[in-house]
Design a protein around this ligand. Structure first.
Ligand code: MTE
Ligand code: MO
Length: 199
């Protein structure tokens, strides 16, 4: 077991390379949800981090808001082929939530209010490439886009960015989440066009 430490940081691309293969640009912000929007009030909101040995930490809204957050501008790429460039968010780096957590886990499962799940390597949540975002475009994140707070992992297809985030479980073994079980790629790198199983 070790302490989670900062790793590599996300790739940066410029100019004509901004759109991954097979994607088209949108100017609006589509809403894609597999079910109804859960109504989660900040008064009852809780974010839970559980390690593979069962250690649990949790933050209520006030404790979460007291964490250092940062403004980020990132591109979004949905597996249904729309991309939106230069979106502005405020969020707490996942690295900050993990700081000091004793874990040797290689994987994480994000859980949402409403039951949605998605899996990813823990390394993709650290090193300044993933946030728990609670503002979009300078305003509180709207419920339809995942408010009060959502995971934001912009270097992977957007289904990995769990809306209405309720928890992150650190795991020794990988376990496919909602869309991954239904045939979406286990990793989902838009630059390698990893949309579905076998891509
Ligand atoms: N909890 C939850 N998170 C989710 C989803 C969902 O259905 N439920 N859909 C995913 C998919 S497929 C996409 S493309 C993005 C869409 O985010 P948006 O609605 O803010 O555009 O959310 C992702 N996160
Ligand atoms: Mo999606």
């Amino acid at each position: 077991m070790g302490i989670v430490s900062p790793g590599f940081s996300g790739r940066r691309r410029a100019g004509s390379e901004q759109l991954p293969p097979g994607q088209y640009l949108v100017e609006d912000f589509p809403v894609l949800s597999a079910g109804p929007t859960p109504q989660v009030s900040t008064g009852s909101w809780e974010l839970r981090l559980e390690t593979e040995t069962g250690q649990v930490r949790s933050w209520d809204w006030a404790a979460f808001q007291a964490l250092p957050s940062e403004e980020i501008t990132v591109d979004l790429h949905c597996v249904t082929k729309w991309s939106k460039l230069g979106t502005g968010w405020r969020g707490v780096p996942v690295q900050t939530l993990l700081a000091g957590a004793e874990t040797g886990a290689g994987f994480a499962l994000a859980r949402s209010y409403g039951g949605y799940t998605t899996n990813l390597p823990l390394a993709d949540l650290t090193g300044g490439q993933a946030w728990v975002a609670f503002e979009y475009d300078g305003a509180p994140l709207e419920p339809e886009h995942g408010g009060p707070a959502r995971l934001l992992v912009p270097h992977l297809y957007l289904w990995k960015s769990a809306k209405w985030l309720s928890g992150i479980e650190l795991r020794a073994e990988d376990e496919p989440g909602f869309w991954e079980t239904l045939g979406y790629h286990n990793y989902g790198d838009p630059w390698r066009e990893q949309r579905y199983w076998g891509d």
